[in-house]
Design a protein around this ligand. Sequence first.
Ligand SMILES: Nc1ncnc2c1ncn2[C@@H]1O[C@H](COP(=O)(O)OP(=O)(O)OP(=O)(O)O)[C@@H](O)[C@H]1O
Length: 256
Amino acid sequence: MTTELIRLEGINKSFGNVQALKDIDLKIDSGEIVALLGDNGAGKSTLIKALSGVYPIDKGAIFFKGKHASIRSARDAIDLGIETIHQDSSLAPDLSIANNLFLGREPMRYAWMGAFSPIDRAYVESRTRELLRKAGISKNLDPHTKIKGLSGGERQSIAIARAMFFSSDLIILDEPTNNLGVDETRAVLRFIREARASGHSCIYITHSLHHVFEVADRVIIMRQGTIISDLPRSETDLIRTEMLITEGVVRSAETS
Ligand SMILES: Nc1ncnc2c1ncn2[C@@H]1O[C@H](COP(=O)(O)OP(=O)(O)OP(=O)(O)O)[C@@H](O)[C@H]1O
């Protein structure tokens, strides 16, 4: 049985006289991996920024787990269970892996002391080690290693692991494999599959169509602020998808 996780109804967003999103309707179920595609300027980033609390929407409604949701800040999105991993990775390069994982959610050693309590470092360290194991990061990384000393793939895996660890229901990935090597890309794709296997949903923005056909359950194509195609992966293919992205049409016997 499928369970609806998020539903967008009539979402509109303009920047001056540029209408970046026009009446977007979209529904994503729990455990679904959705590829969000489209040419430059199609509206993909604006859509995910609306979901991650970066831009307030002008019009429309967002329902999360069946309830009306008001997403007006990044905190609102995170509190709902929406974690966004941006292109350049959302990790702070000068902080350690452990500090990044628990940034803004530091566990306190003595609950009764509230904000004055020291951080529970032993807990942070043991959970970080557990998470690194789960993330399948092969090197035996020390939780105190600074993010800037890690490879691009390791950073992306840690960012995704953080979203999974904090039980974000919806993980939004904006070009997660940009500038990654072959092995690192594999690791990120494997992680997306693992996220799905444990019931998380993902919206995955990419220009790499081959990756889409490896991991996505559904392929959504945007053009000029609207969704022009929304198909299960089994009902489309690379050539058709490419034509829809670049020309907005499929030139084949079925459509001409
Ligand atoms: N902050 C902004 N101010 C003004 N216009 C913007 C802003 N953000 C996006 N736009 C415009 O909104 C439209 C959609 O842009 P958006 O970045 O969402 O597209 P995209 O599909 O993510 O493109 P890309 O693949 O190039 O990142 C474009 O015409 C863009 O110029």
